[in-house]
Design a protein around this ligand. Sequence first.
Ligand code: GL4
Length: 834
Amino acid sequence: QPKTPTRDDSEFRDYAHSEISRDVATIKYSVVMHLTATFLRTPASIDSAHAYLASAFSVRDRLLQRWNLTNEYHDKIGAKRVYYMSLEFLIGRTFDNALLALGLREEYSKVLGDVGFCLEDIIDEERDAALGNGGLGRLAACYVDSMACSNYPGWGYGLRYKYGMFQQQILNGYQVEAPDCWLDTPNPWEFPRPDVTYPVKFYGHLVRDPHSAHRYKWESDVVYDAMAFDVPVPGYGTTNVGNIRLWSCKTNTLFDLNKFNSGDYQGATGGQVAAQILTDVLYPNDNTNDGKELRLRQEYLFCSATMQDIMARFRKTGRPLSELPDLAAIQLNDTHPTLGVPELMRILIDDEGLSWDEAWDITTRTFAFTNHTILPEAMEKWPVPMLDKILPRHMGIIYDINLFFLQKVEKQFPGDRELLSRISIIEETNPQQVRMAFLACVGSHKVNGVAAIHSDIIKQTIFKDFVRIQGVDKFINKTNGVSPRRWMNECNPDMSDLITEAVGDRSWVNDLTKVKQLEDRIEDVSFRERWWAAKQKNKERLAEYILTTTGIKVSAHALFDVQVKRIHEYKRQLMNIFSVIYRYHLLKQMSPEQREREVPRVVIFAGKAASGYWVAKQVIKLINSVAEVVNSDEEIGDVLKVVFIPDYSVTAAEVIIPASDISQHISTAGTEASGTSNMKFVLNGGIILGTVDGANIEIGEEIGEEQIFFFGCLAHEVEDFRHYLRFNQPKPDAALQTAFDMIQRNTFGDAQLFQPLIDAIMRGGDVYLLSVDFPSYIEAHKAVEEAYRNHDEWVTKSILSVARMAKFSSDRSIQEYAEEVWNIEPQPVLNCGL
Ligand code: GL4
């Protein structure tokens, strides 16, 4: 070991640990330096894109300084960290979020104003980091936000997709996908770490270790490199900064000098082309699993790099391997990162030389698993031959995990062969399949669902046998939450100022229990008026957004009725548009005087369909076809407008959600694990029209049933209805039949286009029970309308709802995980000069 010369680093330390001055002059200097030195701008060539980039880089300087402090401190005290492994992080924008977290929004507004830019415009220059599909990916982003804000030592781990969630265009009413080239411009919110790169092996063969029954040497012919990019996660009102470490796939094929010398310049680096592909694109499926081999390789690259990184950090502590679970908790965000389990086993056994039992004990004490869906089409299964070819060592480890597990069960329940075949990690189909949910469950010490009803359902369905075998205490509930920073303070400034007024200060942003104090203002006339004015302003902002994105003019005085989420049959956007068609029919029957008396309504849809999901895409087409007819019907005017906002995103959600009067969360009971936008809408003073499903139920419990409009059949009734409908024709009520008739009379264009959607109900068993729930859905709409007419009561509902929503802060979720699953504690970075 070469000796490093001792040097006095105290001065460096002082500088590194003392905060960059927060005054306007210093900020201005830093922005100007980035404009000139980072982006080579002259005063004449500064545009808003570069004003954004330079400002963002100057903010990033501050975040990175805090990033260093946080990690230096957590290393020093030997803090236990949680690693949140997720194939998706739907981050959205960071600039405004960071300014608010650092408390520097006004300063940057001033600096930008002084050089002729408006902060709001500059904020709009940022592109979303859309490395996720929907709720699952956004939840991961809210969770790392909460970890940072609550000072928990924790990192997210994910993949740095070159192309994020595709951009959705609407052409002739159809969804058309375009690539999301979000890295075409510099990304200030990532820090490349070529120093943090790991080799990841694929394919090859195994050589048995002659000295150990369980050890193998894996000789592989294909090796990729995974390089880290660190994405700082601003902590609001704290020095702590979190981190999301994203892996990008590089080649590690050595430069082939022979090929180069013989003139084959392309071939000399040939491996690079293939290697790039692994982290090129995010699979655009939400709640479906398409089983592509490339996806499996993506998942493994992710798991291997992450486990190597966690182990490298652990080894630096010099502590014995048996103490890994005292320093690291790993949360599996659904089954996508489950290969982390056999990968850790492989490292502990083959690289570290532990026995199987030692390795298994460490692994199962380290991992915990969150299930996010019970939809059968979403369950990850990998064919054994595919796994065996790509990851021969892991396939062997999975066989052994299964064998030892089944042996234990056989001892516990002798002779129950049915049981063994039900719970086997290997499904005996042809070919055999690895059931990833079972592997994740067996490899973890805790398994949780994401809302009370969902956690109950998984105990009664997919994990029923596991509850019997492993004990009910292993299976817990952790109801989802959302970040009040982004989903209140940032996206709804006017309402947030009112909450701040009611609470006395802005501390509610990190402690949402304080919103309770809003209830004291419920009688305060001026407060109520300003509350409504805030909603009205948000509606005007959305009306403006609708005009620019769709060209449709809507009245901000209408009731805004919103359903925005991924397009999926179980979420029943189809039921919504059928009800719109029925409403259109009713309006057409009325006299102009009658129509005058109706509550004018704008029905707003947004959401992406997976590119291979034909039915979902037809639903989008139907919505747009209905919109075209209704919106151009002069008789109808502002009484009914239908809007499909293209390219739904985190940033679009930040405009849409604060503007809703009612939002729809209308999944067939038992199918939506939780939902998280339902929480966001209510936290912004909107009212839910929803089924008794997911987190809707707990929202109702918290805010009171007068504040929520429930309808539809209950989860425990669903199976009986489905059974009935498998053998009997559905009986659509008159309203639903009217909607069918109108479509079939070509009211919205060629009926043939939409017949398959009707057939799915009338001939396909109506799996999502539209015909069952439609009558109560229409009744619920009437109840909403009546309630909306009573303006005072509506405002009361709105304020009371927000006041009672504290439970749905992701800070509460994260605290529960920290205490009951991860066993970690807040470690605020204090006394460091900042
Ligand atoms: C999801 C669920 O569908 C959704 O209900 C839940 O809120 C979210 C986060 O837990 O996870 N599961 C999958 S898959 N996609 C989701 O959005």
